[in-house]
Design a protein around this ligand. Structure first.
Ligand SMILES: NC(=O)C1=CN([C@@H]2O[C@H](COP(=O)(O)OP(=O)(O)OC[C@H]3O[C@@H](n4cnc5c(N)ncnc54)[C@H](O)[C@@H]3O)[C@@H](O)[C@H]2O)C=CC1
Ligand SMILES: O=C(O)[C@H]1O[C@H](OP(=O)(O)OP(=O)(O)OC[C@H]2O[C@@H](n3ccc(=O)[nH]c3=O)[C@H](O)[C@@H]2O)[C@H](O)[C@@H](O)[C@@H]1O
Length: 457
């Protein structure tokens, strides 16, 4: 098939290369000329394991192309995917302007009927509105064809995006016509060899399923974070509780890790968007509000724990391991580490931060003055460089090499043997035996902090 993918963010780039890998002819379109130039030169603007090789290989085989020009890309297209961003607006609603700009362009330039598929995460009813927006432009051009828009929400996770796309748990297709259903069934058939779950439903249901899935996962995390907070007051270790409840097959182990809060480009914005949708319909969203509030408290918790142990933070040097919102990605959108960084800088602390891939993104995001004044120093090659003379080590992202570090070396580098374990990757007892003050999330009395914060909230 000839496929056009509009938007070269995570979803666009991963979908496009996986479709190309299956032998399709794929053209990626993005309005960001710099991004397209980079992609043409074989430079992948995001860190995603396996993506570089896949993009380069398919580009070299002439199955994957990059352009800023939508109009010529649409010649003879069979399927056109919309995979542009839908960030949060100031009021929490999903900002769908990028999607509608694409819709208008499609209406202006589509030379013939094709299947248009929305992959971006969008509020219920968007597929219908996108179809109308395209239709209005087609009408003005007085063409003889119409276009039907399908919804095909994406469920990949950053860090394992290719695996998720190639071997999905399920694929959801929301359609209003048989042709779109048939085309998408054919396109996705090779991805379903090991798993027969291709769910065909209405477009509104598909759109709602995407938000409900992310909201459910965010709820599990906030629920566990609340249990962790209570555990701190009760002298209970949340890690044992996680194993205790995860072993119930109705609950399962996934997404039960307490930590310093969920971040990323999706959970925070999608929970906010769903709350906004409920509000627009005059409905309270008791659960989702609580999920968000819990997450806000959780993200502030690392700073509170540091203060509890160090008193004032002014003039202190803090080592921070992990800046990305999770391991396996350089994405720092709404990362808990960024919030901690900001609080520390405001409190007059000096931060030495290490992340294997996210330093460049942080350097481009934070005020340059933080770096110029040496209040923030970034290390990308060696985590131990960040430790020298620091009064505490905070782990905000559970990168694999952090799990079994050289504790002897750490002890000689840190000025105070204090470790704030924001992802619960260390065993408290072993840490105590090694002479460290270990402060986890919900690991019994030793890790107080959230209870005080929750009472205050
Ligand atoms: N990041 C992720 O892991 C996942 C994201 N999603 C959803 O997928 C959508 C896309 O997210 P990301 O891939 O993170 O995107 P992103 O926000 O990182 O990138 C979007 C890209 O679209 C381009 N763009 C904007 N307007 C355009 C236009 N008119 N024509 C052509 N290109 C245009 C931008 O230049 C940018 O490169 C969002 O709705 C998101 O919620 C869904 C599942 C996973
Ligand atoms: O809509 C999206 O964009 C995507 O959002 C999430 O994927 P992603 O944001 O890449 O990352 P997750 O692995 O879900 O982690 C999100 C956040 O939750 C945190 N988390 C995750 C799991 C857990 O048990 N505890 C926890 O705190 C992570 O540290 C991270 O900050 C969903 O998992 C994907 O299915 C979805 O497609």
């Amino acid at each position: 098939m000839r496929i056009v993918v509009i938007g070269t963010g995570y979803v666009g780039l991963v979908s496009a290369s996986c479709f190309a890998e299956m032998g399709h002819h794929v053209i990626c379109v993005d309005t960001n000329a710099e991004r397209i130039a980079q992609l043409r030169q074989g430079h992948i603007p995001i860190h995603e394991p396996g993506l570089d090789a896949m993009v380069r290989n398919n580009h070299q085989q002439s199955r994957l192309h990059f352009t800023t020009e939508l109009r010529p890309a649409l010649a003879n297209v069979d399927v056109c995917f919309i995979a542009v961003g839908t960030p949060s607006s100031a009021d929490g609603a999903a900002d769908t302007r990028q999607v509608f700009m694409v819709a208008e362009d499609l209406g202006r330039y589509l030379p013939a009927a094709c299947v248009v598929v929305n992959k971006s995460t969008v509020p219920v009813g968007t597929a219908e509105r996108v179809e109308r927006a395209i239709g209005e432009q087609l009408q003005q051009r007085q063409v003889s064809f119409t276009v039907s828009v399908a919804s095909n929400p994406e469920f990949l996770r950053e860090g394992c995006a290719i695996e998720d796309f190639m071997r999905p748990d399920r694929i959801i297709i929301g359609t209003a016509d048989t042709r779109s259903t048939q085309v998408l069934q054919t396109l996705y058939a090779p991805f379903l060899r090991k798993n027969p779950r291709l769910l065909v439903m209405g477009r509104r249901e598909a759109e709602m399923s995407k938000y409900a899935a992310n909201a459910m996962l965010a709820t599990r995390i906030s629920f566990m974070n609340e249990m962790a907070c209570l555990s701190e007051s009760l002298g209970v270790d949340i890690e044992s509780v996680r194993l205790g409840i995860g072993s119930d097959s109705r609950i399962g182990y996934d997404f039960l890790y307490a930590g310093c809060g969920y971040g990323g480009s999706c959970f925070p914005k999608d929970v906010r968007a769903l709350i906004h949708t409920a509000q627009r319909h005059g409905l309270p969203s008791h659960i989702l509000q609580a999920v968000e509030e819990r997450n806000t408290i959780q993200k502030a918790g690392l700073f509170v724990k540091l203060k509890q142990h160090l008193g004032t933070l002014e003039g202190r040097r803090i080592a921070l391991w992990g800046l990305a919102f999770k391991p396996g990605t350089d994405d720092i959108r709404e990362a808990p580490a960024l919030q901690l960084l900001e609080s520390l800088i405001q409190a007059g602390a000096q931060v030495h931060a290490y992340d294997p891939v996210a330093c460049d993104n942080v350097a481009h995001t934070v005020p340059t003055q933080w770096i110029d004044s040496a209040q923030l120093t970034l290390y990308a090659s060696d985590p131990y460089q960040a430790l020298e003379g620091a009064q505490a080590l905070v782990v905000a992202t559970e990168w694999k090499p952090f799990r079994q570090p050289d504790w002897k070396r750490i002890a000689t580098l840190l000025q105070t043997p204090l470790v704030i374990d924001g992802r619960n990757i260390y065993d408290p007892q072993t840490m105590r035996e090694n002479g460290f003050t270990h402060v986890g999330i919900g690991r019994g009395m030793q890790s107080t902090g959230y209870a005080a914060l929750s009472r205050a909230a």
